[in-house]
Structure formats: C-alpha cells, structure tokens
Write a protein that binds this ligand. Structure first.
Ligand code: FPP
Length: 240
C-alpha cells in the first residue's frame, strides 16, 4: 500500500523505530557486529527520506539505550563514533527541511558528541518538515524518573502543587516535551518487546513487529507497517 501526503490512508503522525538485528545482519555475512551498525546507519538515512516523503511528521529512532553501555568497549566506541560521523550529514539535509532532536541523558556522552548534538539542534530548529529524534543513552524509565525528580523539585520550591500535577504537566517534563505521543512503534529483527523505549509516550501506540533485520528494512517495509497501522481500529480505551 502506498502512503501519500493526500490523506488517502490514515497515516501515523509519529512513528518510533527499534532498530534491531544489526549484529545478526553482520554475522550472516561473516562481518564484525560494528559493520552491521554502519550499514544500519545507512538504512536510517535512507529511511528518513522515505518517511519524509510519506508525509509523516515525527520519527524517533532508538540509537543507543541506557542498557547498551553493557556491550563491549569496542562496540560502544564504534556506535558513538558512528553517531558523531553521521550527525553532520543528517543536519545537512537542508533541502529536506528536517529538524533534528535528541532525547537521552547527555552527561555520559563525549564532549565532541554533545557539541555536535547541540549544533545539529540549533541549526535545524526552525525547520518545519519531519522532526527526526535520535534517542541516545535513552531509557523510558530514566526519562520518567527524571521527570518525577523535576516535578518533586517544582513542588518543593512551591511552583507546583501535587494536585495540579496532571498527565499534561508531567508530559511537559519528559524529554519528549515538544513531541506528540507515539502512534506506531516498529521493531525490526524479530523480537517481541519494547525494551524500555518511550514507555510513557507509547501507552496507546500500535505495535508492529517484523522479522526483517534493520539493515534490510526499506521503503516497501515502511509502507507495509503504515498500511497495517491504517487498518487498525484505535479506540484509546473507548468501547468502539
Ligand atoms: C540493535 O541491533 C541496534 C543497536 C543497539 C544500535 C542501533 C544503531 C544504529 C542503527 C546506528 C545509528 C546511527 C545513527 C546515525 C543514528 P543489535 O546489535 O542488538 O543486533 P542483534 O540483535 O542482531 O545482535
């Protein structure tokens, strides 16, 4: 099914991707895991264009989780280097009018990466097209915990009362403060779980799992996921 900008099908406003299977993609070819991540970055860049052309407003990618620090030093360094190397190209998508955002704790990232992230956000902040959010050192529980700490501080300082802490107020304290809830969450690589990604924000997301490995995920697979989404009946807890 083709997804277009004319509203012919019910498009998700926000798609989140768990980009799984890079290691297996590399192993199948007798390559090191890091070669899989490198190929995965290429997939991401190709897909951003397809998502933009489909008329989707927000796309969020799980590039590095709070748990990924447990991987070997070699793999962590390779992933960090890959992020650094790709940020310049991503922000240079001038014609595509793409806005770049980041979620996740920045304090543990290198100064070079932190500076590139700030620069990418600064340079793209006024763009009005697709908002691409990269989750780096991101965990859903960490996001919620940090928002809980911020609300406790606001209450302590007398800026907020416990009764006025609504879901909307709390959402505004999450890292996704200016990003709408997830409509469709896609996980490649065959595993059937959310792995601590955007757990508050995807409370009512439609979930889509595919065995296709991230490196092999293309426009055809994107269209299939969107087509499946458009057929689902989203009730948000209502009866019909
Ligand atoms: C999971 O596959 C993938 C990751 C932990 C990293 C995802 C990162 C990228 C695709 C590169 C991102 C680059 C940019 C520019 C944002 P896995 O390693 O767990 O694969 P496996 O399950 O087959 O072992």
């Amino acid at each position: 099914m083709a997804a277009d900008k004319n509203g012919d099908i019910n498009l998700p406003r926000h798609i989140a991707f768990i980009m799984d299977g890079n290691g297996r993609w590399a192993k199948k070819r007798g390559l090191p895991r890091t070669a899989g991540h490198k190929e995965g970055a290429k997939t991401l860049r190709r897909l951003i264009r397809d998502i933009d052309s489909a008329g989707i407003e927000y796309a969020t990618f799980y590039a590095f989780s709070t748990e990924n620090w447990k991987r070997s030093d070699e793999e962590v360094s390779a992933l960090m280097k890959l992020l650094e190397d790709n940020l310049d190209d991503l922000v240079n998508y001038e014609n595509e009018n793409i806005r770049l955002r980041f979620i996740g704790g920045r304090e543990r990232l290198s100064k070079v990466l932190q500076d590139k992230m700030a620069e990418a956000e600064r340079r793209s902040k006024d763009r009005t097209g697709l908002t691409v959010t990269l989750a780096i050192n991101y965990g859903g529980r960490d996001d919620i915990l940090r928002a809980a700490k911020k609300s406790a501080e606001l209450i302590n300082k007398g800026f907020l009362s416990p009764d006025s802490l609504t879901e909307e107020t709390f959402e505004s304290l999450l890292m996704t403060e200016d990003i709408p809830p997830v409509d469709l969450m896609v996980r490649t690589g065959g595993e059937l779980r959310i792995s601590n990604f955007l757990i508050w924000q995807s409370a009512y997301a439609e979930l889509y799992f595919t065995d296709v490995l991230w490196c092999d995920f293309g426009k055809k697979d994107l269209d299939k996921a969107i087509g499946e989404f458009s057929k689902r009946n989203r009730r948000f807890g209502d009866a019909k």
